[in-house]
Design a protein. Sequence first.
Length: 290
Amino acid sequence: MPPENRAVPGRPGPGESAPAWGPGGEPAASVPSAGDTAPGAAADDGTPGRAETGRQRLVASLWPPRLTRAQLIVALLLFILGLGLAIQVRSTSDSSALRGARQEDLVRILDELDNRSQRLTDEERRLEGQKTELENSSDQAEEARKQTVEKEQQLGVLAGTVAAQGPGINLTIDDSAHSVEADKLLDTIQELRAAGAEAIQVNDVRIVANTYLSDSGGGVEIDGKRVGQPYRFKVIGKPEDLEPALNIPGGVVQTLEKEQAKVSVTREGKIIVNALREAKRPDYARSSSQ
């Protein structure tokens, strides 16, 4: 009789594959099949397998973007809103340049604006008066000639070609330490002009629109002419505007006194400015009415 097929422990039966045995007699780990590739193991094509991370899945869900029409409209509205806010912030920052200014600077700026507004109002009234005189005059040609002469005299005062007189102030700067330079005198002239000065004379030099100042050997030159100590300013204008403009906190007087100069300002009912400038014919400019 044929022997019975009995399973021997540790041996495979019919149709079974023999298990692998380790060196100590223990069964070795089973070999995974081709379809059971573990995470991180090499795939059949030789490419290392990698498990997707949460970041990769997030990126894959966001890109490429899938935008709807509603989302595009919302994005456009947000862009317009952000642009408007940026423009508003920029304009606000530009207009707030005075926030960091000192109190004395703000007082000086406000005073200059008030004086300028008053001068413009006075000029408007004067021009309106001239217009009324021309319209009501029986001899308009004579009235026009008269106003032309007055205008010529006014321009002569501004150009420094004719003498001028009127109320104003006397300003004296005694700089015995020789610490006041040309830029400080120029600041003084500019402050007087801003306060409404109509005619200015420093010692024997007439100050006009093209006047320039320069330092020269411990002194100051005005239009190329050396000006000695002390500096005497004759200024024609409204005294009630000129004197406060010089004496405001942080103004001309305090600045010059910090330079160890002695400054005095006095109001006068009549100031005579008699230093003259030579009337020069322009080389190139001509009247457009010719």
